[in-house]
Design a protein around this ligand. Structure first.
Ligand code: PAF
Length: 293
């Protein structure tokens, strides 16, 4: 890091826009921790930054709304963008460098070579958002190449994403440690998300059914997989009758190693994951359910 005095965040982080500026900023950086983000930073991102801050000499936050992971009908254009606000928040968390490249810097021509997420990338989020995880893994690989971090922190709210990133790092022998950060929740249980800014007051009330369904499922863990699925489903049936209704995309109890449906006799941890639309906002959430009996 060329300017260690910035590490207390007092002067704000160094904002760099190009790979060359990034390289200069990270000369002599020591142990580098990367927090990849698409901006619109919130409390959940703060907790990722704090984990990176504890483990690294230099913390880099990337802010890049990655077009490759959005489908043609998705919210790429509307996705919230606020680099000045994001930079301020990074300063408050003692982040050293914000890497905020332009789209043309990351993708100067159509991306021909991409990272295939395999079968795990076609389930759940991948089934609902074809090509999404290819886009995610491709940009994460590019960020790893540009930043060369010793560790990278991802949030557990995107359970399938972090599982795929871990799998990619193993399968491709990438020299980076992946650190998972627990999902940050609002006091009422809603998982923190950049997309929460889209929610009206009424949407937000309906959105709470997601975390309630997951809690109900987790509370039924001693009854096994069938009980977990039934308990969560009962809450979502009620949610479908709320105003506005919660329009379920999927509810699934899956094996965390593959994201395939957990077998009826599954033992060990399983992931109970939900995706639904409330108003015009698509939300996802998940919990880990220990199945011991
Ligand atoms: O989780 C996100 O915000 C994005 O998917 C990521 C990892 C920054 C890649 O664009």
């Amino acid at each position: 890091m060329t300017d260690p005095a910035r590490r207390d965040g007092a002067d704000g982080p160094l904002v760099v826009r190009t790979p060359e500026e990034l390289r200069r900023a990270l000369a002599d950086a020591g142990r580098v921790g990367l927090v990849p983000t698409m901006g619109a930073l919130h409390g959940g991102h703060r907790s990722l930054m704090r984990l990176a801050r504890e483990r690294a000499d230099t913390v880099v936050v990337s802010v890049f709304v990655n077009p490759l992971q959005f489908g043609p009908e998705e919210d790429l254009d509307q996705y919230p963008r606020d680099l000045p606000g994001d930079t301020r928040l990074c300063g408050e968390e003692g982040v050293d460098v914000v890497f905020a490249p332009e789209t043309a810097t990351m993708y100067p021509r159509p991306q021909m070579v991409t990272v295939d997420a395999g079968a795990m990338g076609e389930r759940l989020e991948g089934a609902s958002r074809p090509g999404h995880f290819t886009g995610v893994l491709t940009v994460v690989t590019k960020l790893f190449q540009l930043v060369r971090p010793d560790l990278a922190v991802f949030g557990a709210k995107d359970a399938q994403q972090i599982a795929l990133v871990r799998r990619m790092v193993d399968d491709l022998d990438l020299p980076v440690e992946i650190v998972g950060a627990p999902t940050l929740r609002e006091p009422d249980g809603l998982a923190s998300s950049s997309r929460n800014v889209y929610l009206s007051e009424a949407d937000r009330a309906s959105a709470l059914f997601l975390s309630r369904a997951l809690r109900a499922g987790a509370d039924a863990a001693t009854g096994g997989t069938v009980a977990v699925r039934e308990a969560a489903r009962a809450v979502l049936d009620e949610a479908a009758r709320a105003t506005p209704p919660v329009e379920l995309d999927y509810l699934a109890l899956v094996d965390p190693a593959t994201f395939a449906d957990a077998a009826d006799d599954h033992r060990g941890d399983a992931v109970l994951a939900v995706a639904a639309r409330v108003g015009r906002t698509r939300l996802i959430d998940n919990v880990t359910v220990p199945l011991r009996t």
